[in-house]
Design a binder for this molecule. Sequence first.
Ligand code: AMP
Length: 181
Amino acid sequence: MHQLILFGPPGVGKGTQAALISEKLGLSHISTGEILRKAVAEKTELGIKAKEIMDMGNLVPDEIMNGIVKEALASTAEGGFILDGFPRTVAQAKALSEIFRDLGHNNVKVINLTAGDSEVTARLLKRGRSDDNEETILNRLKVYYDSTAPVKEFYMNMGIVTDVNGVGEVEDISRSLLSCI
Ligand code: AMP
């Protein structure tokens, strides 16, 4: 059973690759960004709270995100999964370790997709989601380096990280990803 965390900066292609790989391997694709965007569209209590935070490119509070992921993982306990966009802070990573322990997931791998700042910025500007304007992108990159990059160190210390080059053709990147999971 594949237990995967797809990690990397905003715009590196986590969503695209997670969708392709989950389809190919029959995994549950858990995208916290998608869960939040759905809540925003449905104007739920969570969505109303999250909208402003997302529009600024900031992070939704850890306790909220941890609860969302706990529920999502508990309901996919039977099969494998690929986490896309979570964890984004060391506190989330620690909470996730507890969730994994409770669910008996002990074979987790982290794939770190890589691309430079200018590459991901250009991609995000082209994508044109509502949080893909220049100001928000700059903040999302800052938040990534300040709060999210340390998560990679957390997992490197556990010896479970594999780097994969995220620059190139989508299919080639998928192949590299599949070859290391
Ligand atoms: P994404 O689709 O992964 O780029 O996420 C879009 C936005 O949703 C982010 O810029 C954050 O505002 C929010 N978000 C998604 N995942 C998380 C998370 N794990 N922790 C906090 N905020 C998140």
